[in-house]
Write a protein that binds this ligand. Structure first.
Ligand SMILES: [Zn+2]
Length: 449
């Protein structure tokens, strides 16, 4: 028995394994991995430290496939606007004003929030510059992330610091790939992140498609969030947004397209045929008035799906519980009460997200051999969560982040009794307020009109 063995004892386990089994029992962690699930032979756990869970619920850590860690400092500073106005008037000027230090603080705040609300893996969009600061913050956080530098070599009203030459954008992405892909013991991987068709030249997108294929590297972009993106590609390239992205070679089994609100059946067929994942971001789509993605239709076509909170200024939370509840409720008035059952939503937030990122052999379910990335929920002591009932429904419709008791990633405890381990959150937030004020001042020079 390893000295680092830990026995999580007396719990309900929502495993999300292939049978979607819900088990009573415990879970054994040794050297960062799950070595037993369900009924534990005390002999196997001999010498392990025991954590008594008194009937708490253990779930796999959430996997969020669309996050902007760089934007956390803009939370509640860019509200009640439509996407293009929001980008040009607030978000791009803000990103243009970010220093490496400000970006690091923004990422740390976002990672703290994600950890406290049970997300242990994420796909980040990054910003144009200083991406190393995001890598360092992820490394220190203990979470698992695909990071990528946001690529932008085209566009109107883009502040000068964000406008890059095609070659520079590729060169910096390749440098970051060689620095960060596989870093922190494999916890950090790289994903190319061209922002969206409106911000990228066709040439850049083609180069991204080729480089990603050569390097066996995921691609992360926004697609079909608004009708404007389709108008843009129709006008410039004569085809829909999804059709255009396929033509330039960035659809595929390692591609994650955030949003997918404005698509037709032909687009769905392309996504299904190429096994491109659509990352559903319900809060962001509502708040920016983009629309409601038709998730049951994607399921009918067999399009891979995932869930994401997007950025703090368009949500304004990075909380998987809020996204799950909305993802379930939003579909029901249109497609009936059975259209998005709790289990389907849990899949999007765990194992399907892991599959989208190609890390489903490591995370996304509670199974022997996988990394111990998991969340312990206290539902029973919360009057708002009980009494009892279907555990999947409790998690999707009722549970909130305050029910998160412990979080482990790679077997390391990141949250204990609802508090971050080793992070002074008061000091972090005091620093974030100072840095936010600086950035808010500096971004004024980049606001046009
Ligand atoms: Zn986004």
């Amino acid at each position: 028995m390893s000295q680092r063995a830990l026995w999580l004892k007396n719990a309900t386990l929502v495993t999300m394994n292939p049978e979607r089994a819900v088990l009573e029992g415990g879970l054994l962690i040794e050297d960062g991995r799950i070595t037993a699930v369900g009924s534990i032979d005390p002999e196997d756990a001999d010498g392990a430290e025991v954590l008594h869970l008194d009937g708490h619920v253990i779930i796999p850590g959430f996997v969020q496939c669309h996050i902007h860690l760089c934007q956390t400092l803009m939370r509640n500073h860019a509200d009640d606007m439509a996407l293009i106005e929001w980008l040009r008037g607030r978000i791009w000027p803000y990103e243009a004003a970010l220093t490496p230090e400000a970006l690091a603080v923004s990422a740390r705040v976002g990672l703290a929030e994600l950890t406290l609300s049970g997300t242990t893996s994420l796909l980040d969009m990054g910003t144009v510059h200083h991406t190393d600061a995001i890598g360092e913050a992820v490394k220190e956080s203990g979470l698992r992330a695909h990071i990528g530098k946001c690529m932008m070599d085209h566009g109107d009203q883009v502040p000068e610091p964000l406008h890059e030459a095609t070659d520079d954008s590729m060169r910096e992405s390749l440098r970051l790939h060689s620095t960060w892909d596989g870093a922190a013991g494999g916890r950090i991987q790289y994903a190319f992140a061209p922002r969206f068709a409106v911000s990228c030249t066709e040439e850049l997108l083609r180069q991204v498609g080729e480089a990603a294929a050569d390097l066996d590297c995921p691609i992360h972009t926004h697609s079909s969030e608004t009708a404007f993106e389709n108008e843009f590609t129709q006008q410039h390239y004569g085809v829909s947004n999804i059709n255009f992205l396929q033509r330039v070679g960035i659809t595929g089994a390692q591609s994650v397209f955030a949003h997918g609100v404005h698509v037709d059946d032909h687009d769905c067929q392309i996504l299904a045929d190429t096994s491109t994942t659509v990352c559903h971001c319900p809060s962001s789509n509502l708040k920016l008035a983009s629309g409601i993605a038709n998730i049951p239709r994607y399921d009918e076509f067999g399009v891979p799906l995932a869930l994401g909170a997007d950025g703090a200024p368009c949500n304004n939370n990075l909380d998987a519980f809020i996204e799950m509840r909305l993802a379930a409720l939003l579909q029901k008035p249109f497609h009936g009460p059975e259209s998005m059952p709790a289990r389907r939503v849990l899949e999007l937030a765990t194992i399907d997200g892991a599959r989208a990122l190609g890390i489903d052999d490591e995370v996304g379910s509670l199974e022997v051999g996988k990394s111990a990335d998991l969340v312990v929920m206290d539902l029973d002591s919360d009057p708002g969560c009980g009494p009892g009932g279907d555990v999947e429904a409790r998690l999707v419709y009722t549970a909130q982040k305050h029910n998160v008791r412990h979080v482990f990633a790679s077997g390391r405890q990141l949250v204990r009794d609802g508090r971050l381990c080793g992070v002074d959150t008061e000091a972090l937030m005091a620093r974030a307020r100072d840095v936010q004020r600086d950035v808010a001042q500096r971004m004024q020079q980049f606001i046009s009109g």
